[in-house]
Write a protein that binds this ligand. Structure first.
Ligand SMILES: Nc1nc2c(ncn2[C@@H]2O[C@H](COP(=O)(O)OP(=O)(O)OP(=O)(O)O)[C@@H](O)[C@H]2O)c(=O)[nH]1
Ligand SMILES: [Mg+2]
Length: 214
């Protein structure tokens, strides 16, 4: 449980440890970032060591928090006991566009097997925005996986909704989207409007000066 402050009162949020397992570059950190900040980062920055991030979702059964754990390959070995201890759920992710996915997929599938049997598991194929080749051997080996694209924002809630339904024992549970902040309706005084106009004309004059110098 983590404690959050809801308009002046403390609320206990049920928290569940969730492992993200998958070969390098399949999109684990992107998934976490997408959920925590809403952003998608095109640049690839490999995760070093062990990274734990809390992802909180609002659901029709109240808030729920997933403590996501991701690690680089060597780190699983070093911290394997703490990595797999008390796991409540695990996502095995792979990249559907990878040319030779079987090699990496096998490595991580064997890691996936180390997830305690009582923990919930799901397999996600990421990067469906990239066309999956007909020759991709995954077509023949993995049939039942969630197709997602962190980039295109498609199905990225799915694994967490599935876990939340099972963990909070409510099949009808849905996530409630975070409300977008609308800009406040501010009425500017005449003086503010004058100042704004002055600043705009100064900026325009500066631009004109710069253009002359070029
Ligand atoms: N086209 C596409 N690219 C993606 C998608 N998700 C992630 N990427 C890109 O894939 C690259 C690797 O993403 P990461 O999230 O860093 O991968 P990772 O699994 O955390 O990699 P490691 O930390 O090395 O294990 C980045 O360049 C991302 O922008 C997706 O859905 N579609
Ligand atoms: Mg990463």
């Amino acid at each position: 449980m983590i404690s959050v402050n809801v308009v002046g009162r403390q609320q206990q949020v049920p928290t569940f440890k969730c492992a993200l397992i998958g070969h390098e570059g399949c999109g684990k950190s992107s998934l976490v970032k997408r959920h925590s900040t809403g952003a998608f980062v095109q640049q690839y920055v490999p995760t070093r060591g062990l990274v734990v991030t809390n992802l909180q979702f609002n659901t029709t059964r109240g808030p729920i928090c997933f403590e996501t754990w991701e690690a680089e390959l060597g780190e699983y070995e070093k911290s394997s006991i703490s990595f797999f201890r008390d796991l409540k759920c695990a996502i095995l992710m792979f990249d559907v566009g990878l040319r030779d996915p079987l090699i990496n997929f096998d490595t991580y599938y064997s890691l996936f097997k180390r997830v305690p049997s009582y923990a919930l598991k799901t397999i996600c194929g990421n990067k469906t925005d990239i066309q999956m080749s007909n020759k991709n051997p995954l077509r023949l080996t993995v049939f039942n996986f969630t197709k997602m694209s962190v980039k295109a924002n498609s199905n990225i809630d799915k694994p967490f909704v599935y876990f939340a339904r099972r963990l909070l024992k409510d099949r009808t549970l849905e996530f409630i989207p975070k409300t977008d902040m609308l800009p406040a309706q501010v009425k500017l005084s005449d003086q503010d409007l004058l100042l704004r106009r002055e600043l705009a004309s100064k900026a325009l004059a500066n631009e004109k000066e710069k253009a002359k110098d070029r």
